[in-house]
Design a protein around this ligand. Sequence first.
Ligand SMILES: [Zn+2]
Length: 118
Amino acid sequence: MTAVIPASKSRQLRACLLCGLIQTSNDFRFNGCPNCEEILQLKDSADRVMSCTSTYFEGVIAGIDPENSWVQRWQRTSKYVRGMYAVRVRGRVPEDVETELENRGIKYRPRDLSSDQD
Ligand SMILES: [Zn+2]
């Protein structure tokens, strides 16, 4: 299933760098990322939202991206929340998040799969 988000609306939207979930920046700030909050701790932190989510994403899908399954390794829940997910997200999580993942024995996989180089 695919979905198209109007450009006017997409400007307010951000994608989680870890799982690709798309929400508004307010959603991230007030609710955190329902999949990754345990690690990212976005709630009430505009700075965290800025550094752990990105407005540069593409390949929006409705539902669950099978590639996301690695995220489930740190999740207590066995399922992703339903929603819109970006296939590619430009950017990288902050180092402390990578370290946190490493501490849990999880190798971080950047979701930026594009061939663009910085
Ligand atoms: Zn997430």
